[in-house]
Ligand binder design. Structure first.
Ligand code: SF4
Length: 516
């Protein structure tokens, strides 16, 4: 287990204030322990397994992780079972197999060691472990503390990488491979970069990193072979070092590590949701990428499975009732409520107080929905109607919950309706909404409906909020889709954290942003 590198006394003391507790839970080593604890208790916890695989001592590459998740999805397995299978499969490279085997061995050892241990003691045990001794050059008087700290941290990470790559490359020397020279050159360059960081830490007082870099680079390049020189010159380490004090000082270890490790990462190209020359995109894909590209990568490229929350299951149940009600040609409120009973049984809801309240909420909402339906002059003509159309090189696809034909005299011929079971938003909050703009575009491009309007129906609050869209909105959403498509194809997945988005993100444990 990647045990804590922090003294037990520090970790063992319960944090005092709420801020201290939050800071404690943001620490890299605490989050590692949480991940291992969670995966030992619940092997279906994909975010925990993904974190344990991505972090030392396993450090499975992203492309291999994506491959394992693909195996899990195709064979309908949890990730741990898929890992057991993956080590037997020829499409999994030898290096990945070794890492997976290491993970399985560690997990087995932890399970055996913890047999019979009370769950409440598990975390405590896992938090134990001695600090890792690490000799580092002393800071010189006058040095910027943040900058020196960051250089040391980067050096520590790079040192770990050099040692790990030595074992990896050494293991491959005995194999018949065409790219052995390349592997060796990469290993040598990583060592040269370690020398570079050491030289920067010991540069003359008053000299900036930028000034020192030119000289250090020239000396290293003079000693390198042509291939090593090329690797050195295309390395992103200098860029990271020159990113500026503010950025360096706020980057978490995992972010710096991901920047360092990224240089040897194989492309995630094979795992992008391709369609022809472009991508297959939905409104929710575009919204997810715009809210945080890393979240998009977790959800749609790596495709880390997530467990449905009670609220999500509830939303699906309400959607199903409405769809079946219209599709089966039902007309009475009793029929609608019978469909709710059925959806409740099939949805596996229990008898807890929360579930009972949700069921009552759904009954009240359906009564309002039925009354509104009887009172309206428009007629539902399509339900769950799907669409697909080309936008630039991409294929945009989706499904509209309901399309009504409006009576003569209205401002449009059809109304596209999307059901929501979330809290209502008003027109101002929906100004930049992507989903209904795309639906409006789809109605024109895929269904050739020239005259339509669109609205969200907040079913639980019995509120319908029209979202008018004109030509400029169509152009804006076209630009947004093309921009998002370009970012995904270029594999730009830098996180853009914000309190609102991160609070609702299923990948917080796997995400390196929320840690110190
Ligand atoms: S936790 Fe925040 S930064 Fe990380 S992936 Fe989720 S939304 Fe992005």
């Amino acid at each position: 287990m990647p045990a804590s590198r922090t003294a037990p006394a520090q970790l063992g003391e319960p944090p005092g204030s709420r801020e201290e507790a939050a800071a404690f839970l943001e620490r890299v080593e605490v989050r590692d322990v949480l991940a291992w604890t969670r995966l030992l208790i619940e092997p279906h916890d994909a975010a925990a397994v993904v974190r344990a695989l991505a972090r030392p001592p396993i450090e499975l590459r992203q492309a291999d992780l994506a491959r394992v998740i693909q195996i899990a999805r195709r064979r309908k397995l949890d990730i741990v079972s898929a890992l057991t299978l993956a080590i037997e499969l020829p499409q999994v490279p030898p290096d990945a197999r070794e890492r997976i085997q290491r993970f399985l061995d560690l997990r087995h050892a932890a399970e055996t060691a913890l047999e019979g241990v009370r769950p409440d003691l598990l975390a405590r045990m896992a938090l134990g472990g001695g600090p890792e001794a690490c000799e580092q050059p002393r800071a010189r008087p006058g040095d910027d503390v943040v900058q020196v700290g960051q250089l040391r941290r980067t050096m520590q990470l790079l040192r770990d990488e050099v040692l790990a790559s030595a074992a990896r490359i050494g293991g491959r020397l005995g194999e018949l491979r065409l790219d052995t020279d390349l592997d060796i050159s990469h290993g040598v360059v990583r060592y040269m970069e370690l020398l570079k960081l050491s030289a920067l830490l010991q540069r003359p007082s008053g000299e900036t990193i930028q000034e020192a870099l030119a000289d250090v680079n020239a000396r290293l390049e003079a000693a390198a072979s042509p291939l090593q020189r090329e690797i050195l010159q295309t390395s992103t380490l200098d860029e990271l070092l020159l990113a500026g004090e503010a950025e360096l000082g706020t980057r978490s270890e995992a972010v710096v590590r991901s920047k360092i490790g990224h240089r040897e990462e194989p492309s995630l190209g094979p795992f992008l949701p391709r369609k022809g020359l472009g991508l297959a995109l939905s409104a929710s894909d575009v919204e997810t990428y715009r809210s945080c590209p890393l979240r998009y990568k977790f959800a749609r490229v790596l495709r880390i499975p997530t467990a449905q929350t009670l609220q999500q299951r509830f939303g699906i149940a309400v959607h199903r009732v409405l769809e079946r009600y219209h599709a089966e040609g039902a007309s009475t409120l009793d029929q609608m409520l019978d469909l709710l009973d059925d959806a409740w049984r099939r949805g596996g809801f229990g008898d807890s107080e929360t579930e009972r309240q949700l069921r009552e909420k759904a009954r009240t909402a359906l009564q309002c929905y039925h009354a509104r339906l009887l009172a309206q002059a428009s007629e539902p003509v399509w339900l769950e109607r799907s669409f697909a159309f080309r936008l630039g090189p991409h294929q945009v696809r989706g499904r509209v919950d309901r399309v009504d034909r409006l009576p003569p005299g209205e401002d449009a011929e059809y109304e596209l309706i999307d059901y929501k079971t979330s809290r209502p938003k008003d027109a101002a909050q929906l100004q930049d909404d992507i989903q209904l703009s795309l639906y409006a575009l789809a109605a024109r491009e895929a269904w050739q409906l020239d005259s339509s309007r669109q609205a969200y129906h907040y079913v639980l609050d019995d509120r319908k909020v029209p979202v008018p869209r004109d030509e400029s909105d169509m152009r804006a959403v076209t630009d947004a889709v093309l921009e998002v498509g370009e970012g995904i194809l270029a594999q730009r997945f830098e996180p853009t954290p914000s309190q609102t988005v991160c609070a609702a993100c299923d990948y917080r444990l796997a995400c390196p942003v929320a840690e110190r």
